[in-house]
Each structure stands twice: as C-alpha cells, then as structure tokens.
Design a protein around this ligand. Structure first.
Ligand SMILES: NC(=O)CCC(=O)C(=O)O
Length: 264
C-alpha cells in the first residue's frame, strides 16, 4: 500500500481559496498512491486564530467540495487534513475529513484535545467527543490531530477500536520539533502501529512550522521524514506488519487493565 503525505506550505500570501485549488492539484497528482494525507487546518493555518470565525465552513463547505472531487479524480483514499468547521447548532470545531476513492465522505473527526491552555483553540473551539477509525483495504486508520499526539490514552482507545495505523494531521511549531519526532515514534512503538504524521511548512501568524512530516512503522523505525519546506513524502506500507509485529512481540497482550489502588 502506498501513501503520500503532502506537507503544505501555509502562509498569508496565498488565500484559502487559492490554496484549496493548489492542494487539489497536488492530490490529483498522487494517482499512484492508495492513501493521501494532508495537514491540520491547512486552508487557513493552525495558528491563525483571529481568522477562525471568519473562515469557518459548514461540514459540506468549500474544503469538503474541493477535496471530495480531488479524491474522486485521483481515485485515492484521502485524509483531507482538517478545517475550521461551523456547526450550525454548536461551537466551531477542528474537523478532519476522510474520503473514499469515489469521493464519498467516510469519516469526520473533531479534534479532542484543543491546544492553547487558556487561549487559542482551547477557548475558540469545541472539543470532539468521539474516537474515529476508518477501515480501508488492508489497514484500519485511527484518527488524531496534532496536540492529540501528547495523549497516549487516546491512541490506546483507537487500538482497542481496531486501529493499526494512526493518521495525524498537524500544524506543529518548529520550536518543539524534538517532541514531534519523539512522540510520533513513541505512539508507534507502544501501540505497534504505523504512524503517518503530516505537518505544514512555512510560517503563518508568526509561527514557524516544524515540517518534518514523518512515517514510522510498528517497530518504531522511521520509514520517511520530510525536511522543512513544502514536500510530498511517498512511502510504501505493508498492511501485514502491524499484525505480524503484535504476534511476534505480543506486548499489547500484557496490558494491565485496571490497577489496584495504591497502598498507603
Ligand atoms: N496545533 C496544535 O495542536 C499545536 C500542538 C503543539 O504545539 C504542541 O503540542 O506542542
């Protein structure tokens, strides 16, 4: 199975509409891949908080329309990264979309852990409540977004739901690049799963992006890693590898579910 991660340069010199059209062309060029992955909030920028309300779209808005068509034109499974979703009956969300090769929406995931502590996403957006997995031929994808990477219990929940490959769009900043690589490898090793983590390039809202999109195998080996600029990372995955790894080195079977209370 072949995957393409599109590490998109997000900057203020390009409008969201122009970027959508440009990214759609890049997706169309990935016809030789089975799965294409885009980053977090690439239409507007993950750190461009002041534009979230103005740029928010309904679920089936411009990003949905353009990406559904691009998936269909290329005949690929498309994890279309995320965009700011306006729920008519609720808050804004950081929502990822996954399309099948005929352009149908197969999953939407609202980011559970919002970044910002007392500001940014944490105050501007609502928190997703649901774990989402996507069965595609050969692998079951578990969905997570950027800051979610810091919360291992989310990934264990996805494993319990059958995931053997995690797809994580991000807008990770350059200043914490060390954490990005370390955590991506940790999530792969501890869950014996593929990690496909796709970040952005460039600088927007004054925040330099880490780039360094990365694909890690279930043994923790880095299969491919991007540099800091816009780049397409193409990698071949073996759908049998998570199962083989879990069988030959069955650490997941040794999990203790429910610890006894500590003795005082
Ligand atoms: N967009 C994000 O979720 C940023 C996360 C981040 O900067 C970090 O976890 O560090």
């Amino acid at each position: 199975m072949r995957a393409s991660l599109l590490q998109i340069d997000v900057n203020e010199d390009e409008s969201a509409n122009s970027r959508r059209e440009r990214v759609a062309s890049l997706v169309r060029a990935q016809q030789d891949s089975d799965l294409v992955v885009l980053p977090e909030l690439w239409p507007t920028g993950a750190w461009a908080y002041e534009g979230f309300a103005d740029e928010a779209e309904p679920l089936e808005g411009p990003t949905y329309e353009v990406m559904a068509k691009a998936a269909r034109d290329a005949g690929v499974w498309l994890h279309a990264g995320s965009f700011v979703e306006r729920d008519p009956e609720g808050p804004l969300y950081n929502t990822s979309l996954v399309f099948s090769p005929d352009g149908s929406l197969v999953a939407a995931y609202r980011k559970i852990h919002r970044f910002g502590f007392d500001g940014g996403e944490a105050v501007l957006l609502g928190a997703g409540q649901e774990l989402v997995t996507v069965p595609m031929p050969g692998l079951r994808l578990g969905l997570a977004t950027c800051y979610d990477l810091r919360f291992p219990e989310l990934f264990r929940g996805l494993v319990d739901a059958g995931a053997d490959a995690f797809v994580l769009p991000a807008g990770w900043p350059a200043r914490r690049r060390g954490h990005w690589t370390l955590l991506a490898r940790a999530r792969a090793v501890e869950n014996q799963a593929y990690v496909l983590a796709c970040g952005t390039a460039g600088t927007h809202a004054g925040v330099e992006q880490a780039g360094h999109s990365i694909v890690v195998d279930p043994w923790g080996e880095v299969l491919a890693e991007a540099g800091t600029g816009e780049e397409v990372l193409v990698v071949d995955l073996d759908p049998a590898l998570p199962g083989d790894t879990r069988e030959k080195f069955p650490v997941l079977k040794d999990r203790l579910l429910g610890f006894p209370a500590p003795r005082r």
